[in-house]
Design a protein around this ligand. Structure first.
Ligand code: UGY
Ligand code: MN
Length: 247
């Protein structure tokens, strides 16, 4: 999309950010080859997690070691082979995975142009709790549940909501005109990718028109609200930290 000379919809505030695709700049990341990688959200912004967009060339690969960082991935388009420890499966568009801390993981043999969003967070263990397990799945297999009773705002919860997991990756799909039912203000942080459609996102006291490809960071306690607008449903993928003590 072309914008007037010197303009962008991107805004980076102290407690939220909207990153439009026109401003993307690539980074070289250890372990990722044959791909354009954009670090969209990380600690430099004030976040406690990172969100990356990888666009693979044919023959590209992501091969990351097991360490304190856990990774969730979502294939927005294309496909490739995901390995997590001893687990291995092919993922197409809508495929996703979770690689626990301590497990090496890889994406190999990607189709050219494959777009994968990664969310990475340092794992916070809980004494006496099991470690979360590796997961490779397909969003299409997960039924969207009405959000707080609204059948026009449906939530697909991609990872198990169990105490072992300290992060969530969900897809929210709204029919045109559907909204988040109230302005949420919560301790959990979000990273978000608009997958399709459009709408208006309220972040603190600003309202932003948003569309497919936009990325949003919401710091803890960032007041947030969304309305889907236009003729198509609007859908977004998002990360959330969950299931850990307040202090
Ligand atoms: O899970 C959530 O907090 C979700 N309802 N937030 C959001 O979509 N901004
Ligand atoms: Mn929220």
């Amino acid at each position: 999309m072309n914008f007037p000379f010197g303009q962008t919809r991107t805004r980076v505030a102290a407690r939220h950010a909207l990153i439009a695709a026109d401003g993307h700049v690539k980074s070289c990341m250890p372990g990722i080859t044959g791909a354009a990688t954009v670090i969209l959200i990380n600690e430099a912004m004030g976040a406690k997690f990172s969100q990356l967009l990888i666009t693979f060339e044919a023959g590209g690969a992501a091969e990351l070691p097991g360490n304190a960082v856990q990774t969730c991935g979502y294939f927005e388009s294309g496909g490739g082979t995901v390995r997590i420890g001893a687990e291995k499966a092919k993922c197409g568009a809508g495929g996703y995975f979770f690689a626990p801390a301590g497990e090496a993981w890889s994406i190999t043999s990607p189709k050219a142009g494959t777009r994968v969003t990664l969310f990475q967070k340092r794992f916070v263990p809980v004494a006496g709790s099991a470690m979360p397990r590796a997961i490779i799945g397909e969003a299409a297999a997960i039924k969207g549940q009405p959000f707080l009773g609204d059948p026009d705002a449906r939530l697909q919860v991609l990872l198990p909501d169990e105490p072992a997991f300290d992060l969530a990756m969900n897809i929210f799909t709204y029919q045109p005109g559907a909204t988040l039912p109230f302005v949420e203000t919560h301790v959990m942080e979000h990273g978000l990718l608009m997958l399709s459609g459009q709408g208006v996102y309220r972040l603190e006291d600003s309202w932003y028109p948003v569309t497919a490809g936009d990325v949003i960071w919401m710091a803890p306690y960032c007041p947030q609200w969304f309305v889907a607008m236009g003729k198509e449903p609007a859908s977004y993928l998002y990360y959330k930290d969950v299931n850990r003590a307040a202090l």
